[in-house]
Design a protein around this ligand. Structure first.
Ligand SMILES: [Zn+2]
Ligand SMILES: [Zn+2]
Length: 199
């Protein structure tokens, strides 16, 4: 038995405290009409605006659904909050979720069909993170840290310089994703069936 399971199995206080902390930091994210809810536990990996062609097209198509609100900024970027896939779970209205997919891409955009709110952008393969549309957060969204794939924007687009912008994927983002992967491997939750994690 490794030291990790000794900690969880024998030190009850530690376990209780970690559950308490998790409860403290879980967020409820709702579609705009409130019929679909998802829960996000603990801290996000990061928050980023993406300007890639696929995100631009996805956000345009989502906004074209009846009564949908746009999740795209005027400069063409779409803002996301990235979470470990095992830290996000649908808690209400899962049957209302629909998927928007283009043939040639390996991503799907999940929206709530009740009010056509964009919920999550996820990868078809078993990536360890999901991108929640930042529009689903209130004032509780983590601070924006990156503007990525800016080379896909129109030359006329004025991209804000509030956070660093990168032509493609910055090393700082890749490091955060790798750290999340390592933490997830050593997390008890990884072994459970909870969350959007695929395996
Ligand atoms: Zn709704
Ligand atoms: Zn993108």
């Amino acid at each position: 038995m490794g030291c990790h399971s000794r900690l969880v199995g024998c030190v009850g206080e530690t376990l209780t405290m970690s559950i308490f902390e998790r409860t403290q930091t879980s967020l409820i994210l709702k579609c705009s009409c409130g019929s679909v809810e998802m829960k996000a536990f603990d801290a996000a990996i990061t928050s980023a605006v993406c300007y890639c062609d696929t995100c631009q097209r996805g956000s345009r198509e989502l906004a074209a659904l009846p009564n949908a609100s746009s999740v795209q900024d005027l400069d063409g970027g779409t803002a996301y909050v990235l979470y470990r896939a095992d830290r996000v779970a649908y808690s209400k209205g899962g049957e209302l979720l629909r998927s928007l997919k283009f043939d040639e891409t390996a991503t799907s955009r999940i929206y709530a069909s009740c009010c056509n709110s964009a919920m999550v952008m996820e990868f078809d393969d078993a990536r360890h993170w999901v991108c929640i549309y930042r529009a689903r957060f209130q004032s509780d969204a983590p601070a924006l840290e990156f503007r990525i794939c800016t080379k896909f924007t129109l030359e006329t687009a004025e991209i804000p310089n509030d956070v660093p912008g990168y032509a493609m994927y910055p090393l700082g983002l890749l490091v955060k994703l790798l750290e999340a992967k390592i933490a997830m491997i050593f997390s008890p939750r990884y072994a459970s069936s909870e969350g959007l994690a695929k395996r």
